[in-house]
Design a protein around this ligand. Structure first.
Ligand code: SAH
Length: 394
């Protein structure tokens, strides 16, 4: 096995089980490992530290997977990691919830592997060259442990290009899913288009937050911005919202949301779907002096990295200012950020600025976070990305 020697002092993060080694920490590569090959990482004195996936095209030169020297990274190793990850979700899946994330990359010791379960199908994203190399073994383990109908690859993410692997999108194993398959989340039915939907097809990371927010929406007029297939909208309708308006720029999202309203036999007259840019729509609502009781803002990731933080902060501020303008005293704003680079304290600061600009005094009445199928490994704090605040206008 190829050995990678670290510069003196660079072993500290490895001792703490942080899974990334940046290229600047490497002293010597003893051999010529292929990208994705498992290498043995040693410290400046030659002592064993960990095993990991090597990649000379990525900023993260080694993604660590195992800290025990005796371990062998073979099919059994992968099966055991996958088994542990699946067992960790057992509490979540039942007849009312058939969708969840089974494997969450570094948090489950498989850096670059995301596996989402959508009823009998698996939607997989392979985002590191190490996982790409182990693909066959991983698929065999998933088939053995879960007996899915089909496994679909949705790896067309930009992360792959950073790893020097080309985008993939297609059937990996078993049958192709129908255009729309049906799942349930907290008793609500959803259609998911695995092949063409966003990311892996659905955002199960908002499962808990949708339910929590719904409890504030009975008899309320709700505006769900960035609605995608309607997670927040459908939960609000179930809890008795008097009317829900959903806004999303994607035609497929709006189409799927309309199907979901019908699928759950909700009263379509209580719902309005608008295909539009959210900022434009919020400006229009402001011009028309429209008001809502509850506004949800769940935008896509504005800050892909720390360097984009300033621009992202301004975008979040403007968005939230516009959202707050539509609320009167007692109104609620549920606002989210899925940018890992924006931590909760920064997010609170941004919302404080937005409130000041909107001329509103607000109180935080709840904080939102990511659910248990997106665990945060304490040795990998970068895995924490989803945060939100429920604020009330005073
Ligand atoms: N709240 C959703 C998930 C939101 S994902 C849920 O519970 O499932 C972000 C959504 O924002 C995507 O559906 C995307 O189509 C939409 N989007 C991105 N930019 C947008 C914009 N400028 N205006 C409106 N929608 C946008």
């Amino acid at each position: 096995m190829v050995e990678i020697k670290l510069k003196k002092g660079k072993e500290k993060a490895v001792y703490q089980h942080h899974p990334w080694i940046f290229s600047g920490a490497l002293d010597k590569v003893k051999g010529k490992p292929a990208n994705g090959e498992v290498v043995r990482v040693i410290d400046a004195n030659g002592e064993f530290l960990a095993y990991g996936y090597y990649n000379d095209q990525s900023r993260v030169a080694v993604r660590l997977i195992e800290w025990s020297e005796e371990a062998t990274i073979d099919a059994d190793w992968y099966e055991s990691k996958i088994k542990t990850a699946i067992a960790g979700r057992a509490n979540l899946l039942n007849e009312n919830t058939t969708a969840c994330r089974l494997i969450f990359s570094e948090a489950d010791f498989l850096p670059g592997l995301i596996v989402d379960k959508y009823a009998d199908f698996l939607s997989v994203q392979i985002l590191s060259s190490g996982i790409e190399k182990a693909k066959e073994v991983i698929i065999s383990a998933l088939v053995k442990l879960l007996q899915p109908k089909g496994i679909f690859d949705r790896s067309d993410a930009t992360a792959r290009t950073h790893e020097g692997i080309t985008a993939e999108n297609g059937l990996l194993w078993g049958e192709n899913p129908e255009e729309f398959i049906e799942v349930k989340e907290n008793g609500i039915k959803y259609h998911i288009n695995i092949a063409e939907g966003q990311k892996s097809g659905f955002y199960c990371d908002q499962r808990d937050n949708r339910k929590i927010l719904a409890s504030y929406t009975k008899n309320k007029k709700v505006l769900d911005c960035f609605s995608y297939s309607g997670g927040f909208s459908l939960n609000a309708l179930l809890e008795g919202a008097s009317h829900v308006t959903s806004v999303d720029s994607s035609a497929l999202a709006i189409e799927t949301l309309k199907q979901n309203i019908a699928l759950n036999q909700f009263d379509a007259s209580k719902h309005t779907a608008i295909q539009s840019d959210v900022n434009k729509q919020l400006r229009q609502f402001n011009d028309e002096l429209q008001k809502f009781d509850v506004v949800v803002l769940d935008p896509p990731k504005y800050a892909p990295s720390r360097s984009a933080l300033d621009r992202a902060a301004r975008a979040y501020k403007d968005l939230n200012r516009r959202g707050l303008m539509l609320l009167e005293s007692g109104g609620l704003l549920a606002t989210f950020s899925c940018s890992g680079a924006v931590d909760i304290e920064t997010f609170k600061q941004i919302i404080a600025w937005a409130a000041l600009d909107a001329g509103k005094e607000v109180q935080i009445i709840k904080q939102f976070c990511q659910p248990e199928d997106h665990p945060i490994r304490l040795s990998f704090p970068e895995g924490e990305y989803l945060k939100g605040l429920l604020v009330r206008v005073v």
